[in-house]
Write a protein that binds this ligand. Structure first.
Ligand code: NFA
Length: 102
């Protein structure tokens, strides 16, 4: 570029800085009522997991209380949370999905 580098009469090229987006963890929380099969279906539908992966991660949430199910840019993470919360509400399950800065 033509940025002044502070040295009289000499303009040097400046490296274009590409900033990585802040990433957000999307988490699923355990509860006593949401059916295991519903959680597995959610993980398959919204988080691109196969049935075995989804079943394993569902069991991790069931046993540990919560688990990170994916890491995304803000907009994608927000969309995942909204989709999961809407489907859970439609099926009248108390399933909770949240996001936090990585
Ligand atoms: N704990 C739920 C049950 O026993 C299953 C579940 C797993 C719910 C993961 C929420 C998240 N039916």
């Amino acid at each position: 570029g033509s940025d002044d580098d502070g040295e009289a009469g000499v303009a040097l090229a400046t490296k274009p800085k590409t900033r990585r987006p802040r990433m957000y963890k999307v988490m699923i929380l355990n509860d006593d009522f949401t059916p295991m099969e519903f959680v597995v279906m959610v993980l398959e539908r919204f988080f691109g997991m196969n049935h075995a992966q989804a079943f394993e991660l569902m069991l991790t949430v069931h046993k540990k209380g919560l688990a990170v199910v994916g890491v995304y840019s803000f907009e994608i993470a927000e969309t995942k949370v909204t989709q999961v919360m809407q489907l859970a509400r439609e099926h009248q399950h108390p399933l909770q999905c949240t996001m936090e800065k990585e």
